[in-house]
Design a protein around this ligand. Structure first.
Ligand SMILES: NC(=O)c1ccc[n+]([C@@H]2O[C@H](COP(=O)([O-])OP(=O)(O)OC[C@H]3O[C@@H](n4cnc5c(N)ncnc54)[C@H](O)[C@@H]3O)[C@@H](O)[C@H]2O)c1
Length: 388
C-alpha cells in the first residue's frame, strides 16, 4: 500500500496545456499521493496560450516558454524554486527541455519516446548521472499492480526459463487520415520532425517494447521488422510487426498498429515459459491469468490472495474496487518522488520506475525497427499461383 509522503516535491511542467491529452493525466497522477506541488508551467507552444493555460489551471507561476521557466525559477531562492520538471510535449522537445532542465539542476520526468534518437537519450542519461539527478521515463504500464505481479513471478522463476513472449498494442484511432482533419494529437504524430523516425512504433510500440522487457527482464539481441503505411499519404508507418530474438534463445513477437478499426487501447502481453504462462490485458488490468504446467488455470486479482509484495505495494484500495490507468500512472509518480528524495540525500529507498536507461534502450529498439523494415533481407517469396 502506498504511503503519504512526508513532504511534497515542487514540480514544473512543460507541455500539457488545457487542450492537451497526457499533461492532464500527469497532473492527476502527481496529485494522487500528495507527493508533488505543481507550481510552475510553460504549457503550450506560444507564450499567450502557455500563460492562459497556467491561469486556467491555477498554477502559481505561469511562463511563456520553458527557457523562461527555467531562468525564472533559478532566480528564486533554492527553497522555493521547482525541483523537478515533467515533460509532456510532442516528442521533438523532450531532448532540449530535458537537457536544459538537467543543466539547471532539476530532476526530470519525461514521457515516451524519450528523445528522437538513441544518441540524444544516451547524452541525457550521462548528464543525469554526472549531476546526480533523477531522469525518469513514464512508461506508465509498468505501474500496474498486476504487471508488477507478472514481473515478480518471472523473477521468482515461477514460469521457468522463458521461451516466447507475445506483446501487442492495437489502436484504431488513426484508421483514417486524422492528421488531415485537424486532430491535434494526430497532426504532430504524423510529422517526422515532431514525432521522430517512427509512427505507431514510436507512439505505442515503445510501450509494448518496454512492457516486454520489464516483465521478462530479457535483453533483445536482434529483430526483424515489417512495417507499412496503410493510410495513403501518411508520412510514418501506422502498422508494425516485429520478430524478436532475445539473448539466451527466447523468441518474441511485437505487434503495434494504430489502424485496427474498433481497437481502443488493446495492449496485452503473453509470456510462455517452460513451467507455465501468463497473460495480462490493459483493458482488464486487475486480473493476471496464470497457466501452471499440468495444473488448472489460476486468475490472480489485484488486492487478492497469493500476490508478491511488489504487486501488493502498488495497490491502494481493496480487491474488487477497480483501479486503472490513473492509479498505475500515479504509482510511477510516487516511486519517482522517492528516487528524487533519495537523490537529495534523504534516508529513503529509491523508487521502482523506468529511467533514462530504459528510455535509451527503447530508442535503440525503434531505430533497429526502422533499419530492419527498410531492408528486405528476410523475405522469401513463394511461387505465385503454384498451389492453385
Ligand atoms: N505515457 C502515455 O501513455 C502517453 C500517452 C499519450 C502521449 N504520450 C506522450 O506524451 C507527449 C504528449 O502527447 P499528447 O498526446 O499529450 O500531445 P498533445 O498534442 O495533446 O499535447 C502536447 C502539448 O505540448 C504543448 N507544446 C507544444 N510545443 C510546446 C512548447 N514549445 N513548449 C511548451 N509546450 C508545448 C502543446 O501546446 C500541448 O499542450 C508525447 O511525447 C507522447 O508520446 C504518452
Amino acid at each position: 500500500m502506498l504511503r503519504e509522503p512526508a513532504r511534497s516535491i515542487r514540480l514544473g511542467m512543460v507541455g500539457g496545456g488545457t487542450d492537451a491529452f497526457i499533461g492532464g493525466v500527469h497532473r492527476m497522477a502527481a496529485r494522487l499521493d500528495g507527493a508533488y506541488d505543481l507550481l510552475a508551467g510553460a504549457l503550450s507552444s506560444t507564450a499567450e496560450r502557455s500563460l492562459a493555460s497556467a491561469e486556467a489551471l491555477g498554477l502559481s507561476r505561469g511562463y511563456g516558454s520553458y527557457q523562461a521557466m527555467l531562468e525564472g525559477e533559478l532566480d528564486l531562492p533554492e527553497g522555493e524554486r521547482i525541483e523537478a520538471v515533467s515533460i509532456v510535449t510532442p516528442n521533438h522537445l523532450h531532448y532540449p527541455v530535458a537537457r536544459a532542465a538537467l543543466e539547471a539542476g532539476m530532476h526530470v520526468i519525461c514521457d515516451k519516446p524519450m528523445t528522437l534518437t538513441s544518441k540524444e537519450a544516451d547524452e541525457l542519461v550521462e548528464l543525469a548521472q554526472a549531476r546526480g539527478l533523477v531522469l525518469a521515463v513514464t512508461y506508465n504500464y509498468t505501474g500496474y499492480p498486476m504487471v508488477r505481479q507478472a514481473r515478480a513471478m518471472v523473477q521468482a522463476g515461477e514460469l521457468g526459463a522463458i521461451r516466447k513472449v507475445v506483446v501487442e498494442y492495437h489502436q484504431g484511432w488513426l484508421a483514417t487520415k486524422a492528421e488531415a482533419e485537424g486532430v491535434k494529437q494526430a497532426t504532430w504524430r504524423a510529422d517526422p520532425a515532431k514525432a521522430g523516425i517512427a509512427g505507431a512504433m514510436g507512439d505505442i510500440g515503445s510501450h509494448a517494447e518496454n512492457l516486454m522487457s520489464t516483465v521478462t527482464g530479457l535483453e533483445v539481441e536482434a529483430l526483424s521488422a515489417d512495417t507499412t503505411r496503410f493510410v495513403p499519404g501518411r508520412a510514418l508507418e501506422d502498422d508494425a510487426s516485429i520478430l524478436v530474438r532475445f539473448q539466451g534463445g527466447a523468441r518474441g513477437v511485437l505487434l503495434a498498429t494504430q489502424v485496427a478499426v474498433g481497437a481502443e487501447n488493446d495492449l496485452r502481453i503473453r509470456v510462455f515459459g517452460e513451467k507455465g504462462s501468463l497473460t495480462w490485458h490493459q483493458e482488464e488490468p486487475n486480473r493476471l491469468v496464470h497457466h501452471p504446467l499440468g495444473e488448472p488455470m489460476r486468475i490472480y486479482t489485484r488486492g487478492g490472495p497469493g500476490l508478491h509484495v511488489q504487486a501488493e505495494d502498488a495497490s491502494r484500495i481493496p480487491a474488487g474496487h477497480p483501479e486503472g490507468f490513473l492509479e498505475a500512472f500515479a504509482n510511477l509518480y510516487a516511486e519517482i518522488a522517492s528516487s528524487i528524495r533519495a537523490a537529495q540525500g534523504e534516508q529513503v529507498t529509491p523508487g521502482d520506475h523506468p529511467t533514462g536507461v530504459e528510455g535509451a534502450r527503447g530508442m535503440r529498439f525503434i531505430e533497429a525497427t526502422v533499419a530492419s523494415a527498410a531492408s528486405d533481407v528476410k523475405w522469401t517469396p513463394l511461387p505465385v499461383g503454384a498451389s492453385s
